[in-house]
Ligand binder design. Structure first.
Ligand code: ZN
Length: 255
């Protein structure tokens, strides 16, 4: 067990390379875990980024699906880091990649297809070589987080905070767009390249949008990519059980 009183460790990986990318995805993950187990004490979860600098190079953008031999060493390091985490008694890996297509075209997502083709087999082989009898349950501890079209499809769901940020620090003209999304939250999953084509905020406030009062329940109820990702986490019984253990022992509740 790593860290005082930690009952599970969750490595949070993201294809985004911005300075606040890890904090943003970690904040969204916390909201998802609270939907899975409302009583969870998230301060008892040992969240961690990928530490290995070279492995991080492979994680960024689409380098992890590169077939260039020059990228292979970093790719192998990334794969090795994930295997190491999955082999730990209470290790989980949540990995964000963008769908890169609208939600209605999700079955055609090349990113998801490539992840299954290029990442899952070597990870599974590595786990099998160490824990052949547990490979199926251990592989379930690797869950994909896939927003459609991109992570902003989730972040811009925080319409109240985005409206305030636009009014106070932005163009002051994004309010009606945000109101439309608030009325039909699933429609945001149909926007191609929301970061590039919609709000003045771009990705400037992503970590803030992910944390301060993110309306996770309402976004889940939209039954689009956020809900499917949360449902995907439910496929891992060990994750739910570990989350329940965070609140099964004495200590102060999560802030
Ligand atoms: Zn604006």
């Amino acid at each position: 067990m790593s860290g005082h009183g930690k009952t599970l460790s969750v490595m949070v990986l993201t294809e985004d390379s911005g300075a606040d990318a890890y904090d943003t995805v970690r904040a969204l993950v916390k909201e998802m875990l609270k939907l899975l187990v409302p009583a969870v004490w998230t301060h008892r979860i040992d969240f961690k980024p990928l530490e290995d600098e070279r492995a991080r190079l492979a994680m960024r953008g689409t380098t992890w699906q590169s077939t260039n031999p020059l990228d292979e060493p970093a790719r192998r390091l990334l794969i090795r880091s994930i295997i190491t985490e999955l082999l730990k008694p209470n290790g989980f890996v949540l990995y964000h990649i963008d769908g890169d297509v609208p939600w209605s075209q999700r079955e055609s997502s090349a990113n998801v297809r490539e992840f299954r083709a290029r990442m899952i087999p070597p990870i599974e082989a590595g786990v099998r070589s160490q824990l052949p009898a547990e490979v199926e349950t251990r592989m379930k501890r690797l869950r994909l987080l896939v927003p459609f079209y991109s992570i902003e499809a989730w972040l811009y769901q925080h319409t109240r905070e985005a409206t305030r940020l636009c009014a106070e620090e932005g163009c002051g003209r994004c309010q009606s767009q945000l109101a439309d999304w608030e009325k039909d939250r699933a429609s945001l999953d149909e926007v191609t390249q929301p970061k590039e084509t919609t709000l003045c905020l771009k990705d400037k406030h992503n970590a803030r949008l992910a944390s301060s009062g993110f309306p996770a329940g309402e976004v889940f109820d939209a039954k689009a990519s956020f809900a499917r990702t949360v449902d995907g986490l439910l496929d891992c019984d060990e994750l739910t059980a570990a989350l329940e253990r965070t609140c099964a022992t004495s200590g102060p509740p999560s802030p």
